[in-house]
Design a protein around this ligand. Sequence first.
Ligand code: UD1
Ligand code: CA
Length: 463
Amino acid sequence: MKLAILIMAAGKGTRLKSKRPKVLHEIGGKALLRHVIASAAQVVPPQDIFVVIGHEAARVEAAMKDTGVKFVHQTEQRGTGHAIQTAEAAVRGHDSLLVLSGDVPLLKSETILRLRDFHLEQRAAMTILTACPQDPTGYGRVLRKKAGSPEVAAIVEQKSLTPEQQNIREINSGIYAFQTAPLFAHIHELTTGNAHGEYYLTDMARLLVNAGERVVALEAAEPVEVLGANTIAEMMDLDRELRLQTARKLMAQGVTILRPDTTVIDTDVEIGPDTVIEPFVQLLGETKIGEDCRIRSYSVIENSILANHVTVRQGCVITNSRIERGALIGPFSHVRPESEIGEGAHVGNFVETKKAKLGKGSKANHLTYLGDVEIGSGTNIGAGVITCNYDGVNKHRTLIGDGVFVGSDSTLVAPLTVGNGAYVAAGSCITENVPEDALALGRSRQTTKPGWASFKRKAGKKE
Ligand code: UD1
Ligand code: CA
């Protein structure tokens, strides 16, 4: 039995009122369509997954190219039935076809497999995945031949429901299994005599029944899995549900998430056991956090790797960076892309790093800018130190050795090297390399005028 999966993703998503195609909108930090492809790819290899694209096709194809799926172009979007007609040549060689919807992203691969197995057991021409959510408004309804029977008579779209049919709670999820032979034998009988003037795939149920074919329904165990996202509000409901699922999965692995309803954790984030995530934290993209870490409130960590025993205090922003074991970040640090914070290193209050490497145990605790810099181990960067890495045209690097002491409020004008064990006096402007173990002073001498202040005050009073 050759099985293909077809994902309908050509629609514009008019109800979103967005310039972005619907299937590229994100929940859990990933495009709707990427979630659907990921579930499908657990059932069949990517070369047997066909995605029907149309609205902004080039953009959708470019965004999903890396998945290895095949694309079918539906240049005019004339309805879900028309989407399948368009794909006929591409999928004909397969005996069975599972049809998924690009805007139903929470569907799990286990449910796709259940649908496939039920469809084959039932020897049906068409099997409809259904659900009974709290509020069925907006969905097509499934008319079973008799209550409790698997057999279906028809699917009726919301707009065509009679007053009695309004009470039917069983909805069409828009997910189906078909035998390709009867599907393509009858699909050209679809007509556009409906509220939208479109070819509805849902009409295949009635057409196949009238042709003497068997059409059945399978109810999904969890209605939430088959909810669709037609509006931003619906999409954000799914986003919340997905993030809660992710939080529950992580908690089952030993992660403590205080108030998971306040955290924003993307689907692919990994966290080790005994790590604590405080309220209002965002963990985004491909972030990986080790064991025994603590991420304090209001920190946003994106595409970064944190080893074990790392503490991120309140209000930090960490992007595309790496933090080694036992390091301490924050509060209020900005760790910008390509920073590497070494084992046990400290990056403190109001410190900004960019392409900055701090060696083992080095510290920059207060009010500092470290850009394009490599710092050895055991070095102390005083409060207010600035690497002047930009000359208005080019960026230059600063190299600071091991065991260096850079006094507060120093400016280090790159390109510059400060050797191991050197001292830079507080308030220096350093423009020349500092050799190993040297002391560099780059400031004017202090002048003190005894009694000047009281003289000034007296002079002021006379006037
Ligand atoms: C559809 C079903 C409805 C079901 C609901 C479940 C029809 C007529 N109705 O309605 O019974 O309850 O899904 O979520 O099928 N698409 C194309 N080409 C087109 C039109 C649509 O590829 O020409 C794609 C869309 O991008 C979308 C999917 O098909 O991913 C479903 O289309 P949509 O317009 O969202 O259908 P619904 O109104 O939700
Ligand atoms: Ca939809």
